[in-house]
Every structure is written in structure tokens, then in C-alpha cells.
Design a protein around this ligand. Structure first.
Ligand code: C5P
Length: 207
């Protein structure tokens, strides 16, 4: 089954196919995890065994993510828009004689950072993604610190790599303990390796 179309008529968004996030949810189910997938509108089948929570905004995505706490692992793959229009209209904004609408913007919450910096019910492992076109590792290190997460999965999205919308990904894992490069893999393989590694880390921590 695909999810229903519940998209607004006009909206501001970042592009993301959702493929990597959906593959991660499927890999988590395969390892026996109780898996909740909070997802914006994408054109992908719902992985069997996951509980899907459909959302259409960053504010809803944060609220849904917080409602699902506590959790052992939280992974943030969504390409969340940094800003949203300050005033959401209930009707389509018509093109009329008054010309180009003067839209005001406000900042969206940083979902990853908000969850990673929680003082109560912080998931044991909080993972972020970083889409970069240059200085991959350096930017990922900065992001790791700024957002307060345990791991950043950095992928190069410069055009020649064809990551966007494609089925493959070249990632580097950046954590406090160093950098790991995985080379070119399918998004499924990235998901399975990532989940296996996180499961092992979680078990080691609880031992
Ligand atoms: O800062 P930047 O957007 O590059 O960071 C990417 C990471 O932060 C991703 O894991 C993304 O899901 C997360 N993010 C978020 N909320 C935002 C912006 C990004 O959770 N508003």
C-alpha cells in the first residue's frame, strides 16, 4: 500500500525521496525492533511491520517524534525545511492582481537537535544524517557537536554521485570515536549495516 495524498496545494519543502529512511525502518523491523516511521509525503510503499505516522510539517514531525518517546534509538533522515511560512492559509493562495504574495517566514524546529538535547527520555542513541556537497567530514563533525547527537551519517549529494532519489548511497559515519567510510552501497545495504551496528552498540551499552 502507498500512503494517501494529504499534501497541501502550495507548500515549501526540501526534496527527499525518503528511500534511505524507509530502508532503515525496514532494516529495523528485520532485526525485530518495534519500529515507528514518522514520514512526510513520499511515494514509497509502507515497509511491512512498521507503524507509519504520516505528517506534513516539521512541527507535526517533532510532535509525533516526541510522543513516541521513550525509545532506544532515534534516527533522523528527513530533509526538513529550515523555514516555514509564518501564516498558513486554509484556502489556496490565488494568483491575482495584487501581484506576488509577500510571504513571511519563521524558523522550523530542529527535530534532531531538540530530541538529542532532551534532558528527559532522550533516546539512548540519536542519529542524524547530513547531506553535504563539500567538506563532508568537517561539516559532519560540526553538526555532531551542534546537534548533540551520537552519530552523523554523512552523504555526498553533489550531482555526480546521484544520491538524490537514487538507490545507492556513499556514506561516512562520523562519531566521537572517529570516521568510518563505507564506500558505494545500496540504500538497503546502508540501512542494514547501520541498524546492525546500532543494535550491537545498544546491546554493548546495556551489558
Ligand atoms: O542542519 P542540517 O539540516 O543539515 O542537518 C541534517 C540533519 O538534521 C538530518 O538528520 C535532519 O533530519 C535533521 N534536521 C531536523 N530538523 C530540522 C532540520 C534538520 O531534524 N529542522
Amino acid at each position: 500500500p502507498t500512503r494517501e495524498a494529504i499534501d497541501p496545494v502550495r507548500y515549501i519543502s526540501n526534496y527527499s525521496s525518503g528511500k534511505q529512511g524507509y530502508a532503515i525502518a525496514a532494516a529495523a523491523v528485520a532485526l525485530g525492533a518495534e519500529t515507528v516511521l514518522v514520514s512526510g509525503p513520499v511515494d514509497l510503499p509502507i515497509p511491512p511491520g512498521v507503524q507509519l505516522i504520516p505528517v506534513t510539517s516539521a512541527v507535526e514531525m517533532l510532535a509525533a517524534s516526541e510522543r513516541e518517546l521513550p525509545s532506544d534509538i532515534a534516527i533522523f533522515t528527513a530533509a526538513v525545511a529550515d523555514w516555514r511560512v509564518a501564516e498558513e492559509k486554509n484556502q489556496k493562495i490565488k494568483k491575482d492582481k495584487s501581484g506576488i504574495p509577500d510571504l513571511k517566514f519563521v524558523e522550523n524546529p530542529d527535530i534532531l537537535q531538540t530530541i538529542a538535547k532532551r534532558t528527559s527520555k532522550r533516546p539512548t542513541l540519536v542519529i542524524g544524517f547530513a547531506a553535504e556537497t563539500e567538506n563532508l567530514v568537517e561539516n559532519a563533525r560540526d553538526k555532531l557537536k551542534k546537534k548533540g547527537c551520537d552519530l552523523i551519517v554523512a552523504n555526498d549529494v553533489s550531482k555526480e554521485h546521484g544520491v538524490f532519489g537514487g538507490d545507492k548511497n556513499t556514506v561516512q559515519l562520523v562519531s566521537a570515536s572517529g570516521v568510518e567510510s563505507w564506500g558505494l552501497l545500496s540504500k538497503q545495504d546502508v540501512a542494514q549495516r547501520l541498524m546492525a551496528q546500532l543494535a550491537a552498540q545498544l546491546t554493548a551499552g546495556k551489558a
